[in-house]
Design a protein. Structure first.
Length: 301
């Protein structure tokens, strides 16, 4: 017999304002316990030093979490100039210090332009990327450094919000795969010294913003009804995908994994609905049919 589940079947997305000093997984488990949810996951981790928006997926919403990993992000970051650490942020051990040159706002903004647009970035050793099945941060903790290939990322916006003699506060809008710690180090070198992340806060992830997020304290003070009212529908992140509404017969076929005739021949993914019920994702095929690709079952709440 399979292992009996404890807890409830909860389906939806919760926007958490993660606090400073805890891992994304610890934050997830705290919220999971509030819901007593069977299944949960997050959509891209935030380092313990980072705060801000962390979308959490429960139940069938975990099926869209991989898609949400591809979302663009926006951060506010404070870069400490003149200091380099082994982790790229203030939690690490200082491995180098350099004098910070006198910089004007115009000099800084000209430098920022070099990092705007499509650029090459080398991922940090302290990351969850894998080498021969082992995470890079695990190797880094063993004192092992692996050569990493530069990857193409996109910095959509990079604006200077504030600067002092040795600190820059920046607004960064970027593509998936961007490491703000690497950006801080690269900026420091470009400005003639070195740099590390001192403060980092995620403000947006895809269509979701920090204004919609709740802290663990706010969630803990809610009754059960208010808590469940915070959940966002599992199909909300899929709003850009065309929707197809099915008849009773078509819905039955889809639920049994069968393809159905399509009303048009535009290829690509579609959202499938039967009345108000979201059934999942399908694919319009070359033969003019829609095949089920990823079905959702939210009738067991």
């Amino acid at each position: 017999m399979g292992k009996r589940k404890s807890g409830r079947n909860v389906h939806g997305i919760l926007l958490l304002d993660k606090r400073l000093g805890i891992s994304s997984n610890k934050a997830l488990q705290e919220v999971r316990r509030l819901f007593n949810a069977n299944k949960a996951g997050h959509t891209g981790s935030l380092d313990p030093l980072a705060t801000g928006l962390l979308p959490l997926c429960f139940g069938e919403a975990t099926k869209v979490s991989a898609l949400m990993l591809d979302d663009d992000k926006r951060y506010q970051v404070t870069v400490q100039l003149g200091v380099m650490t082994d982790t790229g942020d203030a939690e690490g051990t200082v491995i180098d210090t350099q004098p910070v040159p006198q910089l004007s706002r115009s000099e800084i903004e000209i430098c920022l332009q070099r990092f705007t647009g499509e650029i090459e970035q080398v991922p940090p050793m302290y990351s969850a990327l894998k080498h021969q099945g082992k995470k890079l941060y695990e190797l880094a903790r063993e004192g092992i450094t692996i050569e990493r290939k530069a990857r193409r990322i996109h910095i959509f916006e990079l604006a200077l919000l504030h600067f002092s003699n040795d600190q820059l506060t920046l607004d960064v809008a970027c593509s998936k795969g961007t490491y703000i710690r690497s950006l801080a180090e690269d900026l420091g070198h470009a400005l003639g010294c070195c740099g590390t992340v001192k403060i980092l806060r995620r403000l947006t992830a895809g269509q979701f913003g920090i204004a919609e997020a709740k802290t663990i304290e706010e969630l803990s003070d809610m009754d059960e009804q208010a808590l469940f009212n915070c959940l966002i529908a599992v199909d909300k992140p899929l709003a850009a995908i065309p929707a197809v509404h099915l008849s009773d017969t078509q819905a039955t076929c889809i639920r049994y994994g069968q393809s159905i005739p399509a009303s048009d021949h535009e290829l690509g993914p579609v959202r499938l609905y039967h009345g108000a019920d979201f059934l999942g994702l399908g694919e319009r095929l070359l033969d003019g049919r829609i095949a089920p690709k990823k079905l959702f079952n939210m009738n067991d709440v």
